[in-house]
Design a protein around this ligand. Structure first.
Ligand SMILES: Cc1ncc(COP(=O)(O)O)c(C=O)c1O
Length: 385
C-alpha cells in the first residue's frame, strides 16, 4: 500500500466491539489480568497502552522500522536515545542542530560522563575527524536547524557503522513523507511529534523508530524504567495527525518553495537557506534523499542587523511570532534570540546563526497572503533602520 493509505489504515483497525471506524481512546492506567502472574497484552499504561501502541504501529510502518516508541516530547525521545550510552562514551553531533538538543548534550549528558563534539555533518571529512575510539552515537538533523543544511544520511550511516557507532537522525523537519532515514541505514529516527506529525500546534510528543529489534528492546526498557511515555490523548492526536501528514506536508512544501523563490529575488534579502533552491549547497543530495519536496522550513538573512530581523519578526500579521513549527498556521522567529538562544554568542557565530537570520515555518495559508505579509513586514523593518 502507498504511504498515505498506510497512514490511514495501519494501526487504525476498526473497533471489534462497536464497529467504530476510529479506534477508541484508552485512558485506563491499569488493565485486568487473566490470572495472578499471568499477564495479558496490557498490564499498566506506563508499560503499554493501546492508544499509544496504535500510534507507534503506524509510525513504525511509515518509517520502515521494526518498532517505534512514543515519548512525552521530542526532547524526551532524544534523551531516551542518549540513555543507550554510558559514562565515558562520546557523541559526534552535527553542528546545525536544534538548540534544545545542543543544551541536552552539553548540559545534561555531560553530567552523566558523556562527551560531545559538534562537527559539520555536511563535510564528511571534517565530520569523520571528530570521531574518537569511544564514539558510540552519531546524531544529525537533515534539513538542519536553523540553517537548513542537508546531510547525506546514507554516507553518515556508513561512517558511523565503520566506527562501531549508532546513527540517530532527528528527522522532524523532513517527516517520513520526505525522508526515511532507516531505509538509508540509520539506526534510530527521532521526530518531535509536536511538529508536522501532530500538525495543529495542539500537542507535545516525541517518537523514536528503529530498524533493529534488540535496539528497540533496549529503548523500551529505558522508556519503561524511566516512565517517559506519551499520554493516550496525545497519542490519539498524533495518530489523527498522521492521517493527513502527507497531504499537509506536500502542500506546505509547494508554498515554501514559492516563498523561497520570492525571497531569493528580493533585494532586501541577503540570502535564503532552502534546499529547494538550486544554489543551495545541499540541493543535489536533497533531491536524491528527499521524496518529492524540500520541506516547509526556511531561513533567510535580512539586510540589516539583529534589530532589523527582530522588527521583521514582530511586524508580520499572518506569520505568528512563535517558536515551534510544522503546523497548519505559519510561524516566524529569530533563531539568535529564540530557538537557538541556548547557544552562547560565540557558538552562534561558529555555527553560522547570524543575528539577522529569520526562520519561517510555512503553513497551509495561501501563498499570496503569506507573500504579502512578508513584503509589508520587511518594508516596516527596513524603514526604521
Ligand atoms: C528539530 C527539532 N528537534 C527536536 C525538537 C524538540 O521537540 P519537543 O519540543 O517536542 O521536545 C524540536 C522542537 O522545536 C525541533 O525543532
Amino acid at each position: 500500500m502507498q504511504f498515505r493509505t498506510r497512514a490511514i489504515h495501519v494501526g487504525n483497525e476498526r473497533d471489534s466491539q462497536t464497529g467504530a471506524v476510529v479506534p477508541p481512546l484508552h485512558l485506563a492506567s491499569t488493565f485486568v489480568q487473566p490470572g495472578a502472574g499471568v499477564w495479558g497484552e496490557y498490564d499498566y499504561s506506563r508499560s503499554g497502552n493501546p492508544t499509544r501502541a496504535a500510534f507507534e504501529k503506524t509510525l513504525a510502518d511509515l518509517e520502515s522500522g521494526v518498532g517505534a516508541l512514543a515519548f512525552a516530547s521530542g526532547m524526551a525521545a532524544t534523551h531516551a536515545a542518549t540513555m543507550v550510552l554510558s559514562a565515558g562514551d562520546h557523541v559526534v553531533a552535527g553542528s546545525d542542530i536544534y538548540g534544545g538538543t545542543f543544551r541536552l548534550l552539553h548540559k545534561i549528558c555531560n553530567r552523566a560522563g558523556i562527551k560531545v563534539t559538534l562537527a559539520d555533518s555536511t563535510d564528511l571529512a571534517k565530520f569523520e575527524s571528530a570521531f574518537r575510539p569511544e564514539t558510540k552515537l552519531v546524531w544529525i538533523e537533515s534539513p538542519g536547524n536553523p540553517r537548513m543544511t542537508i546531510t547525506d544520511i546514507a554516507a553518515c550511516a556508513k561512517l558511523a557503522h565503520a566506527r562501531g557507532a549508532l546513527l540517530g537522525v532527528d528527522s522532524t523537519f523532513a517527516t517520513p513523507v520526505l525522508t526515511r532515514p532507516l531505509e538509508l541505514g540509520a539506526d534510530i529516527v527521532m521526530h518531535s511529534a509536536t511538529k508536522y506529525i501532530g500538525g495543529h500546534s495542539d500537542m507535545l510528543g516525541g517518537v523514536l523508530a528503529v530498524r533493529d529489534k534488540d535496539l528497540r528492546d533496549r529503548l523500551y526498557f529505558i522508556q519503561n524504567a524511566t516512565g517517559n511515555v506519551l499520554g493516550p490523548w496525545e497519542s490519539y492526536l498524533a495518530s489523527r495527525g498522521l492521517k493527513t501528514l502527507e497531504l499537509r506536508v506536500r502542500e506546505q512544501c509547494r508554498t515554501a518553495q514559492r516563498i523561497a523563490e520570492y525571497l531569493a529575488a528580493d533585494p532586501r534579502v541577503e540570502s535564503v537557506l532552502y534546499a529547494g533552491l538550486p544554489g543551495h549547497p545541499g540541493h543535489d543530495i536533497a533531491a536524491r534523499q528527499m521524496h518529492g519536496g524540500f520541506g516547509a522550513m526556511l531561513s533567510f538573512a535580512l539586510q540589516g542587523d539583529f534589530q532589523t530581523a527582530k522588527r521583521m519578526c514582530e511586524s508580520t500579521h499572518l506569520f505568528q511570532l512563535a517558536v515551534s513549527l510544522g503546523a497548519v498556521e505559519s510561524l516566524i522567529e529569530q533563531p539568535a534570540s529564540m530557538s537557538h538562544a541556548s547557544y552562547d554568542a560565540a557558538a552562534r557565530v561558529e555555527h553560522g546563526i547570524t543575528d539577522n537570520l529569520v526562520r519561517l515555518s510555512v503553513g497551509l495559508e495561501a501563498f499570496e497572503d503569506l507573500r504579502d505579509d512578508l513584503d509589508q513586514a520587511m518594508a516596516k523593518a527596513l524603514k526604521a533602520t
